[in-house]
Design a protein around this ligand. Structure first.
Ligand code: GDP
Ligand code: GDP
Length: 436
């Protein structure tokens, strides 16, 4: 299920990021703890009355070094393109400015649902400031105070009313949902075109072209796949579409709907911080990952180039140690035919189930080999382990004291599991639980 997307729009200093952080709450800091992943504070998930949604702070997206007004226009357009509902924030202490009117005009034309939040109404006496904002023509303004956390419930009530009843395209169980993510210009759309152009690949004709028909179903050797957000990968033009933060947004949406994520790198440019960030999202989301180094034709190579590059990837993407790496070229078609077989393998491992007895034998052997840790005279005791989920494979380990299962021992157990079941291409999760 794709979550609805809510975008916050408004000129600088009206309080967008304050409100964003309020709505997102503690979620942001949780994911920031993952080593190797720094999260942009512009996109996160929120929840209100049991409804989940994704929230974008468009103010955090500096699109170009254009004049302020141009940037605001671009941010508004981005919100229109990406969001199901737009929160338009103005400053209740300053009244309507010409920049507000400018943005309002753009939003208005889009026909997207807009909720107008008048911020910095820090106390009830200030509520009369609200009336002026009716003239923006966006219905009832909602009085809020981001810094005091007032009125946000009312604001979100309004937002929820506009969530679409989306009819999700549901692909059947056997279909592998694949997406390609990566910085602009690494070659995602070239790879898509080359993959779909492969000899035995049969691209299904898409029935009906609804607004949401952005995926491309295809088959190879009786295996069904669907390329997620093909349209997004191919679309070109608007300034913001080539910006890095925008590409992160796009990637996040695609990751959410995928089983296997191809993280595309550019051999010519090597590994940049942004690559790690994007790959980090795929890992965090628990998707299967294959690393694809594209433009392998474009660099001069000797007999060490591949190994050196591979080592560099391993050093930079410590959290993706399970991900296989392919060196390909969309242009020369070199090794393109290795991609889908690797996708199959990763997808299979992503939904692999380990029989409980085998798992427990394996854990007991591991414990015999490397005794469980102790802390303040207390030793971790493992009673029993069982796999509770797939996609990704998730193991619950029942223990005497969950806190005693330190990261390093958890790592050791993961390695022992992987020594028997390679789980190539997929993260696995281990969750300690207190035995009752
Ligand atoms: P952004 O540029 O729109 O993201 O605005 P920020 O969230 O960075 O806020 C700009 C300034 O307004 C900061 O100094 C905030 O502390 C302040 N601010 C945000 N919300 C409120 C509010 O509800 N009341 C008051 N008095 N100040 C606020
Ligand atoms: P995207 O932004 O990630 O979708 O990247 P594109 O597919 O648009 O490719 C960006 C540029 O890289 C284009 O000029 C492509 O022609 C070029 N390119 C893509 N794949 C390859 C490749 O395998 N080798 C070389 N030399 N260039 C490539």
């Amino acid at each position: 299920m794709t979550k609805p997307v809510v975008a916050i729009v408004g000129r600088p200093n009206v309080g967008k990021s304050t409100i964003f952080n309020r709505i997102v709450g503690e979620r942001v800091s949780i994911v920031e703890d993952i080593p190797g992943v720094t999260r942009d504070r512009i996109y996160s998930s929120g929840e209100w009355l049991n409804k989940d949604f994704n929230l974008i702070d468009t103010g955090g997206i500096e699109i170009t070094d254009e004049p302020l007004l141009t940037q605001m226009r671009q941010q508004a357009e981005l919100a229109i393109q990406e969001a199901d509902v737009i929160i338009f924030i103005v400053n209740g202490r300053e009244g309507i400015t010409s920049a507000d009117e400018e943005v309002a005009k753009i939003l208005f034309r889009s026909k997207k649902p807009i909720v107008l939040g008048v911020n910095k109404i820090d106390n009830p006496e200030m509520r009369e400031q609200l009336y002026e904002f009716y003239s923006l023509g966006m219905g009832d303004p909602v009085a809020i105070s981001g810094s005091h956390g007032l009125g946000l419930g009312d604001l979100l009530d309004e937002v929820l009313k506009h969530f679409p009843d989306r009819e999700e395209v549901v692909y059947d169980e056997e279909t592998i949902r694949v997406s390609l993510i990566g910085r602009p210009n690494v070659g995602k759309s070239s790879l898509v075109n080359s993959l779909l152009g492969e000899d035995r690949v049969i691209v299904s004709s898409i029935a009906g072209t609804t607004r949401d028909a952005i995926d491309t179903p295809f088959t190879l050797d009786d295996q069904q796949y669907v390329l997620i957000d093909t349209a997004g990968m191919r679309k070109r033009g608007k300034v913001f579409e080539s910006t890095e933060k925008y590409s992160v947004l796009r990637a996040l949406k695609a990751i959410e709907r995928s089983d296997v994520v191809l993280v595309v790198l550019n051999a010519e440019e090597g590994i940049l911080e942004q690559d790690k960030k994007i790959a980090g999202y795929a890992h965090e989301a628990g998707r299967a990952v294959v690393i694809v180094v594209n433009k392998w034709d474009a660099i001069t190579k000797d007999d060490k180039t591949l190994q050196t590059f591979e080592k560099k990837i391993r050093d930079h993407f410590l959290f993706l140690s399970y991900a296989p790496i392919l060196f390909v070229s969309a242009h020369s078609k070199q090794r393109l035919n290795t991609i889908l077989p690797m996708v199959n393998e990763a997808a299979e491992n992503h939904s692999l189930r380990v029989p409980t007895n085998v798992l427990n034998d394996l854990i007991m052997d591991a414990v015999a080999m490397n005794p469980t840790p102790t802390d303040k005279g207390k030793r971790l005791r493992i009673n029993y382990a069982t796999q509770v989920a797939i996609k990704p494979p998730t193991f619950v380990i029942f223990v005497n004291e969950p806190e005693l299962l330190h990261f390093s021992y958890e790592r050791f157990l993961e390695n022992r599991i992987r020594a028997t079941f390679e789980f190539k291409g997929t993260p696995i999760k281990i969750i300690p639980r207190k035995k009752n």
